[in-house]
Each structure stands twice: as structure tokens, then as C-alpha cells.
Design a protein around this ligand. Structure first.
Ligand code: FE2
Length: 359
């Protein structure tokens, strides 16, 4: 099934292979100027999903599904397919598909196993089922390489948005377990199960995806939205995150600096609440806008430690993320908003694009 129900004109052009820079595949580049991008994560197909009504109301030009898009949790690929079919049958999700294209990566549950990594036995089959559901063409590079990562660029120079969706599961090494007592974790306000690994051989993205990411970051863009299924900046609470692999996270920050990639904003999911985190460990202020979940919420996890949080609250009700880009302002800016089941704005923060570059 295709998720490009309202086929944009550029897709038709792309299919013919015209007007595309060398090395850019059919689905990667569009002249469309983006101003409203919605995203979300952690939606259970077993639950009602009223949040889609609010997503559709904001008329997004694109929806990014950044993981735990279903709770597959299986090695039975017929079960996996059936769960995607349940999501596809949700009236709200069907309405979204008529509104805008859906671009997706996965997290652990839709990959197939809770907190899963490189060792999951059905990842080859699961990848094709996921790509089938999201209507990825048979000739897409994503069909042939290991992992579901991909990037796209939208809009002309000066208004160009690059979307990079990473795969944090296919290649990821085992995280180190936290062996401290429940009492000790409670005293430190930790809720997770992991501690940082200093193993220099441990990887998050794997060698091929790292090389690919470097090539993407070297392409020109004015705003780069990097979708990471787990949080990038917040890590102290001990849940899954890039912080469990600090050498890999430093490599990510250093890569942004080394490639001169301006305009990076991370979006993430997984943790069942929404917040915005910031770090100055990169070449310029880096923000991580977390929106989770479309159905699943966990106030206890939202209350855990995060010294990087810059949003006034961590919002633990059903929510989605909205990125609104004002290209026409004297200082072009992106506003990050957490939207709730009633359409209310729970969190809002504006960043000027001129601040997202090395000074
Ligand atoms: Fe997850």
C-alpha cells in the first residue's frame, strides 16, 4: 500500500528520473517548500488512536513516524504484518494518509523486540515488511541495503529542509546493564536499566550508516531534521539513548562539526513523554525535541532526571510534535511545539536558524 495517497507532482517527475542531481534517488528530492512537519512515536495498534484527529487538523505537509509505530514484539512475521494492518485500518491514520506523505523509521517494538539491537533474528524480513507498509518502492536503495535509514531534501536553496531518519536498531551493540539496586536508582531519580558503555568497539549506527550519514551531512541544507528513535541528548535517567554509547554520541556531535553541517535539530521518541533538551557539546547549540507517545504515556519516566531539559515541563499525556518553519521572517526560525489530544500546545520553543551554525 502506498502512503503517498495525494501524489505530489514532484514524485511524478522523480519517477521519470528527470531534474535530479546525480546520485539522488527518485524519492529523495522535492522542490516543495515545507512549513509544517508533524512527527510522533509510540502508538499502540491495540489502543484507540484519537491523536490522529489533532494531527490532521494542523494540516502537516509531512508526517515523520519515528519509531514504535506499532508494538510488533514478535519473531512471527505474519503477526508483524497483521499488526501493521491494524494500524493501517485506524480511521485516524487513514485520514492522515489522505493529508500528507508519511516517512518512517523504526524503534525496538516495530523492529521486533523490546530494546532490540543487531542480534534480532528476523531483522531482514522485518525490514521488508516495514518498507511494504510505508509504500517504499521496490527500486528504493532502502530495499537493498541493511537497515531502514534514509534521507530526503525538500525545497530550493535558502528554504531547503533535509530530513534524515536514522536506524538505531539494525546495527546497534548491546547496551551495558545497570546493576545498582532499586533503592539506589530511586535515590538518584533514575528509571532505566542501562549505564554508559565505554567499549570502543560498541556501535549505534554501524560503519555503513556512519559513512552514509557523513555524505548526507555534506549536502547543502538550511534546516536538517535528524530523526533518532531514541533520545540523543537526555541520557542520565538510564533508559535507552545515545548516552549509553558516549563515544558514539561524541562521534555524532563531532561529525556535525567536521562536515560543517549547519541547521541540525534532532527529533526523538521512545520514552512515553515529550520534552526539549539542549547541549553545548556540539559545534553550536544542539536541540533534541522528543515527542512520545501517540498513545502511550508514562508520567513516572517524565519525572526522572534530565539536566539537559530546557522545556518548562516534560509532558506525559498523548502528544505529537509539530515543527513550524517561518521562512519569511527577517530571521527565519523553526518553532517546536508539543500538541496534545485537545490540540493544546503543551511545550513551545522557537529557534532561529542563524543560531544553528558555528559562530
Ligand atoms: Fe522504543
Amino acid at each position: 500500500m502506498t502512503h503517498f495517497c495525494r501524489i505530489p507532482g514532484w514524485l511524478g517527475i522523480s519517477v521519470l528520473g528527470w531534474l535530479l542531481p546525480a546520485g539522488v534517488s527518485a524519492e529523495e528530492t522535492s522542490p516543495q517548500v515545507l512549513e509544517r512537519i508533524a512527527f510522533g512515536s509510540c502508538g499502540s495498534q491495540d489502543k484507540p488512536q484519537p491523536i490522529w484527529d489533532e494531527v490532521v487538523k494542523v494540516k502537516p505537509e509531512l508526517f515523520l513516524a519515528i519509531g514504535d509505530n506499532i508494538y510488533g514484539d514478535t519473531t512471527d512475521m505474519d503477526v508483524m504484518k497483521a499488526k501493521y494492518t491494524e494500524l493501517g485500518a485506524k480511521p485516524g491514520y487513514a485520514a492522515l494518509r489522505k493529508t500528507c506523505p508519511v516517512l518512517a523509521t523504526w524503534d525496538d517494538h516495530d523492529y521486533g523486540v523490546n530494546d532490540g539491537g543487531a542480534g534480532y533474528s528476523r531483522k531482514v524480513e522485518s525490514q521488508q515488511i516495514m518498507l511494504d507498509f510505508y509504500g517504499v518502492p521496490a527500486d528504493s536503495p532502502r530495499r537493498k541495503r541493511a537497515g531502514v535509514y534514509e534521507s530526503w531534501r525538500f525545497g530550493p536553496e535558502g528554504k531547503r529542509v533535509q530530513i534524515i531518519l536514522l536506524d538505531l536498531r539494525y546495527f546497534r551493540s548491546r547496551a551495558s546493564k545497570d546493576t545498582r539496586s532499586a533503592e539506589e536508582k530511586a535515590r538518584l531519580n533514575l528509571v532505566g536499566w542501562y549505564v554508559p558503555s565505554e567499549d570502543p568497539a560498541a556501535t549505534v549506527l554501524g560503519a555503513d550508516q556512519w559513512a552514509w550519514l557523513e555524505a548526507q551531512l555534506r549536502m547543502p541544507a538550511d534546516l536538517r531534521i535528524i530523526g533518532s528513535s531514541t533520545q540523543v541528548i537526555a541520557s542520565e535517567k538510564g533508559m535507552e539513548s545515545w548516552g549509553n554509547f558516549p563515544l558514539e554520541r561524541k562521534r555524532l556531535y563531532d561529525l556535525i562539526g567536521r562536515t560543517g553541517a549547519n541547521g541540525v535539530v534532532f527529533i526523538s521518541g521512545d520514552v512515553h513523554f515529550s520534552e526539549i533538551s539542549r547541549t553545548d557539546e556540539g559545534p553550536y547549540p544542539l536541540f533534541d525535541f522528543t515527542s512520545s507517545g501517540l498513545t502511550n504515556s508514562h508520567p513516572g519516566w517524565a519525572a526522572a532526571v534530565n539536566p539537559h531539559r530546557v522545556s518548562p515541563v516534560a509532558y506525559a499525556g498523548p502528544n505529537f510534535g509539530l515543527l513550524q518553519i517561518d521562512w519569511g521572517a527577517a530571521a527565519p526560525a523553526v518553532t517546536m511545539e508539543t500538541r496534545t489530544l485537545t490540540g493544546a500546545v503543551a511545550i513551545s520553543q522557537k529557534i532561529q536558524l542563524s543560531d544553528l551554525k558555528k559562530k
